[in-house]
Design a protein around this ligand. Sequence first.
Ligand SMILES: *[C@@H]1O[C@H](CO)[C@@H](O)[C@H](O)[C@H]1NC(C)=O
Ligand SMILES: *[C@@H]1O[C@H](CO)[C@@H](O)[C@H](O)[C@H]1NC(C)=O
Ligand SMILES: *[C@@H]1O[C@H](CO)[C@@H](O)[C@H](O)[C@H]1NC(C)=O
Ligand SMILES: *[C@@H]1O[C@H](CO)[C@@H](O)[C@H](O)[C@H]1NC(C)=O
Length: 406
Amino acid sequence: MACKATPQPGLKVWFCCVFLLTCIVSPGESSTWGMSNQMCTDPCSLTLVESIPDNLTYPAGAPVHPSTYDGLLSLINSAKQSIELASFYWSLHGSDTSYHDDSDWQGESLFQKLLKAGRDRKIKIKIAQNSPQTSNDTKELAQSAGAEVRSLNITRLIGNGILQTKMWLIDRQHFYVGSANFDWRSLRQIKELGVVVKFNSTPGTSFLSSSLPRFCAMGRTVDTHAIVSIIREAKEFVHISVMDYSPTTEFMYPREYWPVIDDEIRKAAFRGVEVKLLGSYWLHTHNDMITYMESLSILSTSPRPLMDCHVKLFIVPAYTPSQSKIPFARVMHNRYMVTDRTAYIGTTNWSGDSYINTAGIGFVVNQPGSSTAGNSREQLEKIFLRDWYSEYAHTIPQLKKQLSQQ
Ligand SMILES: *[C@@H]1O[C@H](CO)[C@@H](O)[C@H](O)[C@H]1NC(C)=O
Ligand SMILES: *[C@@H]1O[C@H](CO)[C@@H](O)[C@H](O)[C@H]1NC(C)=O
Ligand SMILES: *[C@@H]1O[C@H](CO)[C@@H](O)[C@H](O)[C@H]1NC(C)=O
Ligand SMILES: *[C@@H]1O[C@H](CO)[C@@H](O)[C@H](O)[C@H]1NC(C)=O
């Protein structure tokens, strides 16, 4: 389930990637899992794709990447045989949410393209979705596009939890992994980051084939192991952009302390690695997330050893009355990390729940160094810094001041 780059003459975009699907490694195997095993040698091309919420602007010259919408459209259009989707919830139609505005057309358009792919181009569509679903989107695809839909009740399987994966797999060769749900808001009203991966060599990509029908939370430790080892291997910096950050479970009761990632971050700061953690702040942010993030930023006030550990919170403002009425939108929903060696793009929050009972996936690209054409790690580093230094990112004192003035 992984591929590693071997430098080869004539090919510019060689790198090493480790693809992690949560269900393919059993807990027994995961204890021996390492970043270097299970490697294959397929070359792939990566395109980072982003959803930048309407009216959120950056200064001229800031990095710009293709939109999530364009990336997903290109995947649908390229499909020849199959489109396999792993999803949390669906609301691609504007009418799926209690309020919508004109920006819903991209969700509609994606839905119609998907429907036509199944109905007119006879592409086999398979959908794994979290259960329950509130919308009828997947029923409609089953009826009109022959989609095969399977619902996963993770609560029934393991007692508690959800399927948080967001993945589009095309012809078992090309895929999208990232934070964007199957939601019209994820295209225009929520800030998302993902990656579209296309394999240049045709065969040898069967590595995804057995994994999709078997979504389960059993391999969850693998994702954590990847995150931990990426932080451990960082030599210069660790930059993290996640919606929710907490060293506890947030939704599971009784709540548990879960310092697996938090400990690693503190250790990294202690050994001199620069740490920047960018969380997301919106109406639904838990107050204790701010407390835990603040406890990390306080490390930077320690005189010895000097710890370069900083946190900020990203706010997506609503610029129009309509935008402020859209439920559960106008928020930074990213789940990625970039270090001096590695880029990691995930699908779940960084809290105990996400790794104890949420089925998600992470995509890892090891690309130390810089300045090679198409270096995705370096591109992600620039995206992070663009956001970190933007007017939308607030330190905790700035945030508290702003909140007290409201
Ligand atoms: C928001 O962006 C749209 C175009 O995308 C523009 O027409 C509109 O004037 C902008 N509104 C504000 C309040 O900036
Ligand atoms: C889904 O379909 C049912 C039955 O046709 C309908 O009652 C319900 O309102 C639909 N739900 C949504 C969110 O459109
Ligand atoms: C999921 O499983 C749980 C436990 O078996 C059950 O209580 C719940 O109703 C199920 N949900 C759906 C949507 O089927
Ligand atoms: C992720 O965080 C958001 C915001 O707090 C929350 O609405 C969502 O339920 C969380 N997801 C999981 C899987 O914990």
